[in-house]
Structures are given as structure tokens and as C-alpha cells.
Design a protein around this ligand. Structure first.
Ligand SMILES: *[C@@H]1O[C@H](CO)[C@@H](O)[C@H](O)[C@H]1NC(C)=O
Length: 514
């Protein structure tokens, strides 16, 4: 660009023009001209953007904006180094001084648990939560006023908590009403964007007992799947989609065989299907007049003869979101577009069973969906999509009670018997730049941890018919310290170790990495 007027501008103005370009375009600019190269490589701001991309995070403007760029960059470097070296900045305990019900959730900066159950209904009517940041000691309460069987949140996007309630009819004690209360999380009042603060789902005979439930909310869509496990008829095991703002259903309920769903994008839902042994993709049009459409089934590897999937759960954190109305307290938040999808399966025949975890790379899976665009009524065979997108983990030895074990591209695990035989905590970092940076280093002994890259491999998993190729590599970080937790969870800034009492969680330790 000799003689270009643009290049005659003061370098601050050139930088201001370049600042918002995608990183790949910046690379192109840097390669085409010496002056641009110098401006780009010397800019702390652009360096900071690059480092955020490398770490797979975005900054939380409400927290970061009071620091100058070089301090934010330092903070990010320290955070990444803490995770890599397994060096938490602090550890604090959260006592749980009330009896809990089995309901729980973990969001980017808060831990939720069902309050003490009413002895008559054996259900709670409130959800308790505590922030996971260091220094937080107070449990707070969201009161539902009715028996709660499950709940879902969309805190950052909508400041919303949705309580699924189960109320026996006053005049007909053989029937129950299942409803969803849509509350503004920060006030506990009915959510102002919901035309109807309570969505009626259905009435159901009490003899069916209480259903298993999954609930997720992204954009205007609330997805709810229910399975009445202890009843013989399967006719009420369905997926509902509501426009929660309008208070109207988006489609007729669709039959399901198991609960669980992940919003891949705002308009695409992944449904694990234990009956067809597949991941099904449902397209949700943004125009409410159009009906949602089942796009494709992506088959799992073939199981051994007479073997089936006995349970199939899933989770992807953070969810995609259309806006941020109520940001978390973390300085850096994982990107939504490449957050891992995690599936936990129990596979069994008449005499034995085995537990497996399936990690799916969100962008690669999205690519596989794009490639399968043409009609594919039979579904996409495992070999045509799976090996590239996935990593299988044998979970026989791992704690699998909780599904909240991924945050962005990181996953955390501990041995299932660590509560009686203390064991290391393992962090699996699927961030491609972490893998690239450590690829050639082999096993690295650090002060507090050992790391190594686990490359693509072929595994012989119990109860699968054939060896399975897993193409997705990760960086494994194993702590040298051993912990006696029953399970470990992860959110934006923390690993959370849980200890169990009689049946439910008794105490939490928060290992804060930043
Ligand atoms: C179940 O699977 C195990 C492990 O492959 C096998 O040894 C056993 O014979 C199978 N049982 C039945 C009833 O098929």
C-alpha cells in the first residue's frame, strides 16, 4: 500500500480502525505492510484480544473495565497459569447447615440446591443458592410457594429462574398439575418479560408418580422434557417447547425416551436418544409461525448384541445466549460458541453395565450438521461424523453423579471412590491452543501437577461392538495433591469439591483459580 492515505494517519487512528477486525484479518494486515505489522504487534490491546482468543474466554466488561489493559492481560495470564499448574489462588469451604433435596444446579458463579423437603410431600418449595466467589458466605432463597420438582436458570441472559412445580388438585386428589413459574432471579418476583408468569404444562394422574425432568432456556425458547420413569405407559414422556415470553407452545409435544437436551445454538437443540442410540438435532425457527423440525439423527457407535443405553444425560456450559442482562461476577467468561457438549451414558445388557462419557466438540459437530444438510432420513452413521468430533472416556472409575463437570473447553473429574481413597483431581483442557502449546512437550512435571497431551486414539470400550476412534485431543492436568471428594464440579473460575452425607451433599469446597 505505498502512498496510501490510510497509512499516513497517526498510528493511534490506524489502530482504532483495526481494533475490531477479526484476528485472522489482523494477521493478514500485519503480513502485508511493515508499518501495519509494527502497529499491530506492538499494541497491548490487540495482544490482549489474542490472548483471550487463545484462552477461549471473553472478558466480563462489568468487572474488567476498571482495570487498564495491561493489568487485565496480567490477570488473564495469571488465571491461565493457575489452571495449567493446578495452583488455586484460594480454597474456601461452604457449609450446608440445612437438609437438602436432590435437586441441584451450578451456574457460572452460583451453586443451587433444593431446600429442605416438606415431610408430607417429600418435595421442597424453595431453592437455595450461594455465590461461589471467595468471601461469599450467605445462602439465599428463591421461594416457589409450591412443591418444586426441578428448576432451570437463565441468569446471565434473562435474570430468569424457572421452577417446575407439581401440585395435587384441591378438588381431585388423584390428579396433579405440572406448571412452570417464571421468576426474575434477582427479585424473586414474576418475570416482567413473561406474558404469563405461570405456564401450565399438563395435568397428570398421581399414580404416574413424579417425572424426571430437564429444562433449558435460551433466547425466547424454553425446552422441557419429562419422563414418567415409574409408570408403564410412555405416552406422557415428551419434549415441550414454549415461547416463555409469549407463554405459548412452539409445537405439539414430541415423544422422547429420556430427558436431557442441549442448545447447540439459539435455534438448534441436541436431544440424546437412548432408544435409537443417537443424538437428534431439532431446528427451532426464529419465526414463531414456523414449526420446529427434526433435522438429523447422528448415530452413536454400534453396541454389542442385546445391549442398550440405560441412561443418557447431557450438559453444555455455558449455554449460547442472545444478550447479557445480568453478567456473572467472573473476570473472564468462557466463550459460548465452542463450549464442550458432554454426554454421560450408562450402557448395559441383562447381566452387566458400564459408564461412559462422550465429549463432543461443538463447532465440529455444528460443521457435521451443515455437511449433512441434504435429506438424511436414515441418519448419519457414526463413522461419518463421530471420530472427528468426539472423545470417549471410560467412566467406570470416575465419579459420574453430577453432569456439571464442564465449563467452556475444560472438564474436571475425580475417581469415584476418592471419598474413601483420596485421589488426584484431573482437569482436561480441550482448548486447541492449549493442546498445540503442549503437543511436543511430553509429560511435564510441575510443582503441583503433571501435564501431558492425550492424542487421538482408538479405544476398546466395554459393551461396544467395535473399537472406537476418538479424534479429539486434550491436555490432561493431574493434581499432585489428593482429595477426598465424592464428586467434583467446575464453573467459570472454580473447581468445586463436594462431600456427601447420608444421601445428599453435606459440604462443598471451592478451589478458586480465577
Ligand atoms: C453382557 O456383556 C458381557 C460383557 O461383554 C458379557 O460377558 C455377557 O455375556 C453379556 N450378557 C448377556 C446376557 O448377554
Amino acid at each position: 500500500m505505498p502512498g496510501s492515505l490510510f497509512l499516513q494517519l497517526p498510528s493511534e487512528l490506524i489502530l482504532a480502525c483495526l481494533e475490531t477486525l477479526p484476528l485472522t484479518d489482523l494477521d493478514s494486515c500485519a503480513n502485508c505492510n511493515r508499518l501495519l505489522h509494527e502497529i499491530i504487534t506492538k499494541s497491548v490491546l490487540l495482544h490482549y484480544r489474542r490472548e483471550q482468543a487463545r484462552a477461549g474466554v471473553g472478558e466480563n466488561p462489568s468487572v474488567a473495565s476498571n482495570l487498564v489493559i495491561s493489568d487485565r492481560l496480567d490477570k488473564l495470564h495469571r488465571r491461565e497459569s493457575n489452571w495449567l499448574n493446578f495452583e488455586p489462588l484460594s480454597t474456601h469451604a461452604i457449609p450446608i447447615d440445612f437438609a437438602t433435596t436432590g435437586l441441584y444446579d451450578l451456574t457460572s458463579d452460583a451453586y443451587f440446591v433444593g431446600d429442605t423437603a416438606d415431610p408430607n410431600t417429600r418435595m421442597c418449595t424453595a431453592i437455595k443458592y450461594i455465590r461461589t466467589a471467595p468471601g461469599e458466605t450467605q445462602w439465599r432463597t428463591v421461594d416457589g410457594g409450591k412443591p418444586i420438582i426441578d428448576f432451570g436458570t437463565s441468569l446471565e441472559e434473562h435474570d430468569l429462574i424457572a421452577l417446575v412445580t407439581y401440585t395435587i388438585h384441591d378438588r381431585n386428589p388423584l390428579m396433579s398439575s405440572v406448571d412452570i413459574s417464571l421468576l426474575k432471579f434477582s427479585t424473586g418476583a414474576p418475570h416482567p418479560l413473561a406474558a404469563q408468569p405461570v405456564l401450565h404444562v399438563h395435568d397428570v394422574e398421581v399414580v404416574r408418580h413424579r417425572p424426571g425432568i430437564s429444562i433449558e432456556i435460551v433466547g425466547d425458547t424454553l425446552a422441557l422434557s419429562m419422563v414418567y420413569w415409574s409408570f408403564e405407559l410412555r405416552d406422557m414422556d415428551v419434549l415441550y417447547l414454549f415461547n416463555w415470553k409469549l407463554g405459548t407452545p412452539c409445537m405439539d409435544p414430541v415423544p422422547v425416551y429420556n430427558t436431557g437436551m442441549i442448545f447447540l445454538t439459539e435455534g438448534m437443540l441436541v436431544l440424546p436418544n437412548s432408544y435409537d442410540e443417537s443424538l437428534d438435532v431439532l431446528y427451532i425457527p426464529s419465526d414463531p409461525v414456523e414449526e420446529p423440525l427434526l433435522l438429523h439423527s447422528f448415530h452413536l457407535p454400534e453396541l454389542m448384541h442385546d445391549t442398550s443405553i440405560r441412561s443418557f444425560q447431557c450438559r453444555g456450559s455455558p449455554n449460547p445466549r442472545t444478550t447479557t442482562t445480568s453478567p456473572s461476577s467472573a473476570s473472564f467468561v468462557p466463550r459460548t460458541w465452542d463450549a464442550l457438549l458432554m454426554f454421560s451414558l450408562q450402557v448395559g445388557n441383562h447381566t452387566t453395565f458400564s459408564d461412559h462419557l462422550l465429549i463432543v466438540d461443538r463447532p465440529r459437530f455444528f460443521g457435521a450438521i451443515q455437511n449433512a444438510r441434504e435429506e438424511n432420513p436414515e441418519g448419519v452413521e457414526w463413522d461419518d461424523w463421530g471420530p472427528d468430533c468426539c472423545r470417549w472416556l471410560n467412566a467406570q472409575e470416575l465419579s459420574t453423579q453430577y453432569i456439571t463437570t464442564t465449563s467452556g473447553r475444560r472438564m474436571v473429574t475425580i475417581a469415584h471412590d476418592a471419598f474413601e481413597r483420596p485421589a488426584p483431581i484431573t482437569i482436561m483442557d480441550f482448548n486447541p491452543s492449549s493442546v498445540r502449546a503442549h503437543w511436543h512437550l511430553g509429560v511435564v512435571e510441575r510443582e503441583k501437577a503433571t501435564s501431558r497431551v492425550v492424542e487421538a486414539s482408538t479405544q476398546h470400550l466395554e459393551l461396544f461392538a467395535r473399537p472406537i476412534a476418538s479424534g479429539l485431543p486434550y491436555l490432561e492436568i493431574v493434581s499432585k495433591e489428593r482429595f477426598d471428594y465424592g464428586a467434583v464440579l467446575i464453573n467459570d473460575e472454580n473447581v468445586i469439591g463436594t462431600r456427601f452425607g447420608d444421601a445428599t451433599v453435606a459440604s462443598l469446597d471451592v478451589l478458586h483459580f480465577g
